[in-house]
Write a protein that binds this ligand. Sequence first.
Ligand code: NAD
Length: 469
Amino acid sequence: MVTRFSMTVGGSEAATEDAFGVVNPATGEVFEQAPECTPAQLDAAMDAAHKAYRDWRSDIDARRAALRAAADAMFAVADELAPILTAEQGKPLGEARIEAIGAGVWFKYFADLDLPREVIQDDNRAFVEVVRRPLGVVAAITPWNFPLVLASWKIAPALLAGNTMVLKPSPFTPLATLRMGELLNSVLPAGVLNVVSGGDELGKWMTAHPLARKISFTGSVSAGKHVAASAAPDLKRVTLELGGNDAAILLDDFDPAALGSKLFWGAFQNNGQVCSAIKRVYVPEALYDDVVDALAAQATAVKVGEGTEEGVQLGPINNRPQYERVSELVADAVASGARAVTGGRPMDGPGYFYEPTILAGASDGTRIVYEEQFGPALPVVAYRHLDDAIERANATHFGLSGSVWSADAERAAAVAAQLECGTAWVNTHLVLQPNQPFGGAKWSGIGVENGPWGLHGFTELQVLHRAKR
Ligand code: NAD
């Protein structure tokens, strides 16, 4: 079967026997077909990656040059990838373009990153070095919220370290990643990066595949636990970037006029579909009404619509199950006594559009406060004592990130240090950059991505001990 978007296996476009429909969340209709990878094709992709590994691992200068070329390729095709991403993901076109460019930025950053060899002894007895070796074939699995940039967080460091890869995007957003795979194939040797598409089953085959030596997974906590279990019998290495339920704690000197907009976008960027978005806000009682009003004003002013429309700031929720989940969590919160100050319901018309929702009067026992909503609905929770707010922010299995907001940055930083999470921001949220390690505490993950620490996650230490006598 020939689809407009192909899997890349062993340097070639791989035709498949079957395909599955991809839905445009702005219409709710299938608009394109994606190839459905069979177990035999996955074997072929793993095999191609395994064969390519021998040469690829041997020449770091060639790898650096290839990653630089990959960066340039991404910059060059951002305008081509953006509409594909918008159609399958829903995000505004400008943000889709920034995401494609972001992937290029990640390739560029890793192309020049040092892969250290450390001499730990050089005396008359021995010369001892600690070096970092690649692992082999990496199975990489990505979610639907940022398909391109999250793939680049895996591809760039894994390839620089000398590994090869089989990558699978989410079945909700396979197309831009497939196209990226086709494009990168022109700058990478055959078999170094293979891109396959299919459902969750395909992910399970990948994590159990005997040729995969490392699983790099981004997705939900529940799938992440399955991935860890599947990798365990073979002792495959795993990096898990999982869900979050980030708390933002506002201190008593928080100024809604100065920081309200930043706070809002920390929660609503990408329609709230960000692992490390603000998912609950803790506000001192004395400031509560002012903060709710400021957030509600922001939510009301936002332009929601189809991502291709000029000036749109938020698109639809990406898929029907997620749309139903957000609707259910908001309805549950309202039934439990919270008040939707703005929104609180799906928008009329086709597609998975949902009104940006600010929930006042939410409390810690409510599902939308203690579960991950991953959508455009934000509960605002009052607190009386700061210690209590910190304890409540930490009283969760999640530990991805969090933030503290105050006119006094030092005071906020002291509070931020008490948050049990991978990234703690002060007076901002969601600032992610290539040189900054990103990962979760507790159920939010194992290991980190980005920076030298992320690169090291795609390597294994080897001691080279040369005796001198
Ligand atoms: P998901 O776990 O349902 O799916 C993610 C990917 O895993 C998809 O490609 C899917 O096909 C695959 N998959 C599902 N079950 C699998 C299994 N048992 N074995 C192997 N692969 C499997 O997640 P989603 O709904 O696509 O994404 C949303 C979730 O991802 C949210 O919880 C969000 O917080 C999280 N996320 C985390 C990060 C991070 O860096 N920490 C970034 C983005 C999203």
